[in-house]
Design a protein around this ligand. Structure first.
Ligand code: COA
Length: 162
């Protein structure tokens, strides 16, 4: 039985992240979606909010278990007896960061492997910061994020009709 971990900031989770999760579920027995506390980013949603949104967004994905983690990914992976990290690779622009993340993790724990999955074409351009900007400016969200996230973004950015 192969369990993999899909870590991320998920600030917030988008349809692009769910697309990667669907692909991982086709390939592996179970997937831990791990919401990271320490990512070096100033987040719009708290760790608990990001975790709850991921849980709601993956309710209909029985192979997915949502967790939170603090500290280094490699330590968390070891605590879960898991050695495979899944990451999405959207474009060439992701490559340098993803490669350095994968190599740093490999240096910290040589047993950890990174598997890159390419999202479906329609999600290639999505990013959480683009979604946050769209929400802040009152733009349409439904084509980009699950409905629970669209509602949470509207509440967060005080848009009427939330
Ligand atoms: N669909 C939509 N967006 C995607 C995506 C996809 N398939 N794949 C990546 N992204 C976007 C995210 O929306 C996010 O966009 P943003 O920067 O505009 O907000 C960006 O790509 C990357 O976010 P995410 O996938 O959430 O990952 P991350 O790079 O924020 O997270 C961790 C990186 C959590 C894996 C890393 O920080 C970590 O492991 N932290 C723990 C500490 C540690 O061990 N650090 C490494 C060694 S020092």
């Amino acid at each position: 039985m192969t369990t993999v971990i899909y870590p991320g900031t998920f600030d917030p989770v988008t349809l692009g992240h769910l697309n990667i999760l669907e692909k991982a579920c086709l390939m592996f027995d179970s997937v831990i979606m791990a919401v990271a506390d320490q990512t070096g980013k100033q987040t719009a949603f708290t760790l608990e909010e990001r975790y709850q949104l991921c849980k709601t967004a993956t309710e209909n994905m029985p192979k997915v278990q949502v967790t939170m983690f603090q500290g280094l990914f490699v330590d968390y992976a070891r605590s879960q007896n898991c050695r495979i990290m899944v990451r999405g690779m959207r474009a060439v622009s992701d490559f340098e960061y993803e490669l350095s993340l994968a190599l740093t993790n490999k240096k910290l724990n040589p047993d950890v492997e990174t598997v890159f999955l390419v999202p479906s074409l329609r999600y290639m351009y999505l990013s959480s910061s683009m979604i946050r900007q769209l929400a802040a400016l009152g733009g349409p969200l439904e084509d980009f994020v699950p409905s629970c996230v669209a509602k949470a973004l509207k509440r967060k950015f005080f848009v009427v009709n939330a």
